[in-house]
Design a protein around this ligand. Sequence first.
Ligand SMILES: [Zn+2]
Ligand SMILES: [Zn+2]
Length: 212
Amino acid sequence: MEKFCFLCGKKGTRLKDGYCLECYKKKTKLVDVPKNINLVACKKCELYRIKNDWKKASIEQIILNNVKDLEKNVKIKLIKKGKSWEITATKGKDEVHKVDTTVRTMICPVCARKFCDYYEATIQIRGEFNDKIMNFIIDLMLHDERKDPKSFFSSSDVSGGIDIKFGNKKSAISISETVKRKFDCRVTKSFKLVTMRDGQNVYRDVICIRFI
Ligand SMILES: [Zn+2]
Ligand SMILES: [Zn+2]
C-alpha cells in the first residue's frame, strides 16, 4: 500500500512521522510561547517580581523562562522588535513567535525598606578603629549584599565613630561575630524599641563594637 500523508492525503512524497513535509512543518510546533507576558518590576531597582518573590533578572531572561520547549535541542533567539519581542525557534526550520510584555511597576520590599528608612539593626563602630578594620567590615557587607539583596546597608559618620544600618539583622550579627574573632574589640548588644506592629513590640538590634 502506498503511504500517504495523514493530513492532506498526498501520496508519493517523503513522509515524516506520517506527514508530508509541508504538513509536518505546519503540524509540529517547536515551542509554546505566551502571547503576552505580565511583568512586575521595581520602580527603583532592577528586581522583578517572579512567583511571589523579588529577584534580580533581565526582561530577556524572564521571556526566555516563559518559552516552553516542545522538542529537544531547539535553538532560541530573542530580539526586540519595536515594543514587542520576536522569538525565533530553530530546529530544521525557523518558527517565529511574537511576544508582548506588559510591565507594571511598584516598589519592591527591599527599596521600600531603604527609602522608608526601614532597617533591622545598627552596628556602631567605636574606639580605636582604622582603615584596615573598616575595609574588612565593608568587604563582609558587600559579600552579604551580593548574596541577598535584603542585606543592604548604609553607613554614616557620627560623633565618636560610624553607624552602619543593616536591612538584615542576621547579617549584622554574623558580621559583628566575625569582627570580634579577628580584632581586639568589645561587642555589646542592646535593643531599641522602634514601633508596635500588629500589637507586638518591634525591636531594632543595636550592636556596639568598640575597638581597643
Ligand atoms: Zn500533507
Ligand atoms: Zn527595588
